[in-house]
Design a protein around this ligand. Sequence first.
Ligand SMILES: Cc1cc2nc3c(=O)[nH]c(=O)nc-3n(C[C@H](O)[C@H](O)[C@H](O)COP(=O)(O)O)c2cc1C
Length: 227
Amino acid sequence: MTTNLGPMFQPFDIHNLTLRNRVAMAPMTRNFSPKGVPGENVVAYYQRRAEAGVGLIITEGTTVNHAGANGYPNVPQFHGDEALAGWKNVVDAVHEAGGVIFPQLWHVGAVRKEGTAPDPSVPGYSPSGLFAPGKPNGKTMSKGDIEDVVTAFADAAHDAKALGFDGVEIHGAHGYLLDQFLWEGTNQRDDEYGGSMENRLRFVVEIVEAVRHRVGPEFPIMLRFSQ
Ligand SMILES: Cc1cc2nc3c(=O)[nH]c(=O)nc-3n(C[C@H](O)[C@H](O)[C@H](O)COP(=O)(O)O)c2cc1C
């Protein structure tokens, strides 16, 4: 095993993104944003990481503008004037400390349980109304629901760019909505979004395409997925 950590602390260039080193902070949910609004404590948390020299900060998962996107208490949202103003303060503080930051855009799909904020009456939304094979929860998404969620991701990415974020990460991992489409165990659709690998990928591809369309050719997009 090499003990040479030198390369970790060298700058990293990819396309038009430059990081001051190769240390990236993984997205970690914190539940410190009451009513979905990241406040001063959230600003200070990310600012400390940037001041400590992290090359790339990926924020905690932050929910796109769809009624069923959230699954947990006090998770920050990525829509609405108040929440976006809070995120703007985060970006500015991180940039002032020389950092680079992407928001992680999130929809929890069938992980959502009714009774969760912001509207407790809203069910989970998923490809086939399944939390796991044989475990029903919530609602099977219609094509209209699929379109709404694709648009919500694209809008969030557009807002991220407008706020000054350096890129976006799309949360396609860990059994949440995008992953539920990818996995045949939770995707049992018989339309063009289910069945073959190509079909199960379609929803994620549409999201990436819609995001790219809204942010233009230069803005970095990451996709996190589970293998
Ligand atoms: C408290 C906590 C919250 C997390 N929240 C997220 C999240 O919001 N989005 C995500 O993609 N991963 C999340 N993860 C997973 C981490 O990004 C990371 O993949 C995981 O901790 C494994 O890395 P490690 O072995 O360095 O801990 C979370 C992990 C922890 C411990």
